[in-house]
Design a protein around this ligand. Sequence first.
Ligand code: SF4
Length: 142
Amino acid sequence: MSKNYEYIVSGCLCGEKVRYDGKTKTIDKIKKLVTEGKAITVCPEVLGGLPVPRHPCEIQNNKVINTLEEDKTSNFKIGAGKTLELCKKHKIKKAILKDKSPSCGTNYIYDGTFTNKLIKGQGITTKLLQENGIEVISDEEY
Ligand code: SF4
């Protein structure tokens, strides 16, 4: 029987070492939602077939490009689609995602020049979830 989860959350916020650099960005109160059975984790980039560690990616003109200038857009789209499927499967209507990521960015993303400059914008997964009526808040807002 499937449980009633309230949230889907970025795995890297909950102790999973899934970031591009192989590290985590754990936030204890978000991780607690998982241990309490209120949330499930997801890493859209891993779901999209990208390895850990991986070359960092940024969004440039609606494409996702890594530091080797390889186009990884399709991996990001696959990961976003699988994340949405998980939300639908578990009837989840809220997400807490890691801001500034090209997948999970909620309020900000990097500007595509790999020079550490932030701009207002959303990651590929965040956009798809929002387009499908799922409320997305950032780790910083939670
Ligand atoms: Fe974390 Fe999302 Fe990046 Fe995965 S894709 S490492 S969950 S910010």
